[in-house]
Write a protein that binds this ligand. Structure first.
Ligand code: GCO
Ligand code: MG
Length: 409
């Protein structure tokens, strides 16, 4: 089944998305997500200028071969731009194969291992009353697992806290990228954060009881010993996980954290290959793999990574913020349903304009996602709608410490 066309569509409904659409000689189309938040045009160029010419005429069914060819023939390998571009191709080819088979993609991955996919939502607040309202609003929406992020006294803007609560408390609760021509500057003080956070979790546990799974994202801001201290301090509040507690480049850092705390650890949203996890998985330094299908070379590579993790009782926690498009999200859901070592799925709902561009068939009921039964991924792109929302520059903020030093955001 020859590939006859491959088009890169950059569209900005609510936020920027990069989508690859592959068309075969018999008219089957497949979609892949190549969105890299704040660096979208680099993936679009990698695909348009360097990958599309290689795809034309190839057999769409040879997914593993396409993956190996794109990875190895560039000679230069790994990195978020390359791996997002490969992911876009890989997911589009899986979409085509499943459509050709007349099956939802999860069936080709071995079929369903569970009835539904437990998802967690993002609650946040500038103070405890606002945080409690946000948690309640998420519970009303059906979420049964909640990530908790709060402001810290003395710090002006903290990652993960919505600038303004929305009317339903959740719909636009937090969007990492801002439509600004330059990255916005935020401030940070780790000691103030470490003093504040345990009290927040104590208050949340007192209000919502012991059962609700609670998660927290440290966003790479702590040193190993600071992370160890936080993990210990949070033990009484029984977190589902503490995410990205230290900068992700240093796998050995997690050894030190692990020696000090039984708080489960999740890491990996900025990783892009299995090699980033070698030490972490073999030494069982983490409990959850946080990679996104979109940034880790697609379903082919994620399946291998998660199978490797499974040998060490490490589970999935696939990255699913709004900067993963509905196409990337659908790919994650098919994988979540099929693999045995599923842990949890992050789910940040997209805005209404995104729903106009991407017609999705996944459902969210009583805290559980399901990719649906449409052949393929179950997502269609309305190209006319996509064209109404041209690219808009948007960047993630960055952090400076109180003395002006640049810090992890
Ligand atoms: C998460 C992430 C995101 C990232 C975002 C950056 O856990 O969902 O930390 O919120 O900040 O994906 O583009
Ligand atoms: Mg995160």
């Amino acid at each position: 089944m020859k590939i006859v066309a491959a088009d890169v569509i950059v569209s900005s409904p609510d936020r920027n998305f990069v989508t690859l659409k592959i068309t075969t000689e018999d008219g089957i189309t497949g979609l892949g997500d190549g969105t890299l938040n704040g660096r979208e045009l680099s993936v679009a160029s990698y695909l348009r200028d360097h990958v599309v010419p290689l795809l034309l005429g190839r057999d769409a069914h040879r997914i593993e071969d396409a993956w190996q060819f794109l990875y190895r023939s560039a000679y230069w390998r790994r990195g978020p731009v390359t791996m997002a571009a490969i992911a876009a191709v890989d997911v589009a080819l899986w979409d085509i194969k499943a459509k050709a088979a007349g099956m939802p993609l999860y069936q080709l991955l071995g079929g369903a291992s569970r009835n539904g996919i437990m998802a967690y939502g993002h609650a946040s607040g500038r103070d405890l009353p606002e945080l409690f309202d946000s948690i309640r609003a998420h519970l009303e929406l059906g979420f049964r697992s909640i990530r908790v992020q709060t402001s810290v006294p003395g710090i002006n803007a903290v990652y993960g806290v919505a600038a303004q609560p929305s009317t339903d408390g959740t719909r636009y609760d937090y969007e990492p990228a801002q439509r600004t021509p330059l990255p916005a500057e935020e401030d940070w003080d780790t000691r103030a954060y470490l003093r504040h956070l345990p009290g927040v979790f104590e208050a949340v546990r007192n209000e919502f009881g012991p059962e609700l799974p609670l998660l927290h994202d440290g966003h790479h801001r702590m040193t190993p010993i600071q992370a160890a201290k936080l993990g210990k301090a949070l033990e009484p509040y029984d977190l589902f996980w503490l995410e990205d507690c230290t900068p992700a480049e240093n796998q050995e850092a997690l050894r030190l954290v692990r020696q000090h705390t039984t708080t489960p650890l999740a890491i990996g949203e900025v990783f892009n290959t299995v090699w980033d996890y070698q030490t972490l998985i073999r030494e069982q330094l983490i409990d959850y793999v946080r990679s996104a299908v979109t940034h880790t070379g697609g379903i082919t590579a994620m399946r291998k990574l998660l199978d490797f993790a499974a040998q060490y009782q490490i589970k999935s926690g696939i990255h699913g913020p709004t900067d993963i498009s509905p196409v990337g999200m659908a790919a994650a859901l098919h994988l979540d349903l099929a693999i045995h070592n599923f842990g949890i799925q992050e789910y940040m709902r997209h805005g209404p304009l995104t729903d106009e561009v991407f017609r999705q068939s996944f459902t969210f009921t009583d805290g559980y996602l399901h990719p649906g039964e449409q052949p393929g991924l179950g997502v269609e792109l309305d190209e006319e709608a996509a064209a109404r929302f041209p690219y808009q520059p948007a960047y993630l903020p960055f952090n400076r410490l109180m003395d002006g030093t640049v810090h992890d955001w």
